[in-house]
Design a protein around this ligand. Structure first.
Ligand code: PAZ
Length: 308
């Protein structure tokens, strides 16, 4: 199914116009004042029933997206954070999905008041200051999705709105998007019953939307996509193929098991060498996040692109 057929044949999410209005007003607030990046994050689901009891999912917790959003905010960008509902979010991620329950960061003092434990105080203050600054400046907007359909329709609307920024917009596509789905017209209404024996599933292919995104929806934006593989031997080839097919600016390749300590930047220019970004032993030990190295390189690339 091609993208146009997809969007014509699927029923849009019911909150699409409300989301578009929020994003439009966010973009207008920051227009000509700062660059804006759209960060997509977390995994999309594929519902099997209209009244959904069961769905297919994937592994992504949204660590890459949530962490990257913080570094983009540090770099002065306004951030549209398009994420899977209940996945990791910038700032709260430090406490929401940690091994500790967030209540473990608290204590009750002699007067019966709740305080942050002394040993967490410094860290939490640092996060809190950044969070409050983003709130004060209004530089972070959170938009969530659950299904692959929510994601695709919202992505199309948001990128079209961002197109007015021309080169000042970056699209950083780190979400893990399903490759297969059940089209609306083939979806059963009610919970699938097991009385009839095993379930045969036939899924349609999700359309490749990078092509219209780059050529039609946001033709002047700086577009960075991610490529995840489990087989290292095909990562470069698949990343190059993606650049060739869609004509965007960078593919960041990563391998499932090493994604937190190693990525590669692949560029469309044949003569531009692949850049490896890694964390060394020391950085791994002291908790450096690889996104602290990824984002400055992208900001530099985006700035070059803006003056070309
Ligand atoms: O969410 P997470 O931090 O666990 O994983 C990040 C990631 C591997 C989903 C991301 O870096 C990525 O590669 N996204 C694109 C996936 C794809 O090829 O569709």
């Amino acid at each position: 199914m091609d993208p146009q057929e997809y969007f014509e044949s699927q029923i849009p999410p019911s909150n699409l116009s409300e989301v578009s209005e929020r994003v439009d007003s966010f973009v207008n607030n920051h227009f000509k004042k700062r660059k804006i990046v759209l960060v997509t994050s977390g995994g999309t689901t594929v519902p099997l029933e209209n009244q959904t009891v069961r769905f297919l999912d994937n592994f992504s917790a949204g660590t890459r997206g949530a962490t990257s959003a913080e570094f983009f905010l540090d770099a002065g960008y306004a951030v549209i954070f398009l994420h899977r509902q209940f996945s990791l979010q910038p700032y709260s991620r430090h406490y929401s999905h940690s091994k500790n329950c967030f209540l473990d960061y608290m204590k009750i003092n002699e007067k019966g008041e709740v305080h942050v434990e002394q040993k967490w105080n410094l860290n939490m203050k640092e996060v809190l200051v950044k969070y409050q600054n983003a709130k004060k400046l209004g530089t972070l907007i959170m938009i969530d999705f659950v299904t692959v359909k929510d994601y695709l329709f919202t992505l199309r609307s948001v990128t079209k709105i961002l197109s007015k920024l021309k080169k000042d917009a970056m699209l950083y596509l780190a979400a893990a998007v399903s490759d297969f789905f059940v089209p609306d017209k083939k979806m059963v209404e009610h919970k699938i019953q097991s009385d009839d024996g095993p379930l045969d599933l036939r899924l349609d292919k999700v359309p490749k939307i990078l092509s219209p995104l780059v050529k039609e929806w946001a033709p002047n934006s700086f577009v960075v996509s991610f490529k995840l593989e489990t087989d290292e031997s095909i990562l470069v080839k698949k990343s190059k193929k993606s650049l060739k097919t869609y004509g965007h600016h960078i593919v960041i390749g990563n391998i499932l098991t090493t994604r937190k300590k190693q990525v590669i930047f692949v560029y469309p220019e044949e003569d531009k060498p692949i850049l490896e970004v890694t964390l060394n032993e020391e950085e791994l030990k002291n908790g450096t996040e690889i996104e602290s190295k990824i984002i400055p390189k992208l900001v530099e690339g985006h700035n070059m692109f803006r003056i070309e």
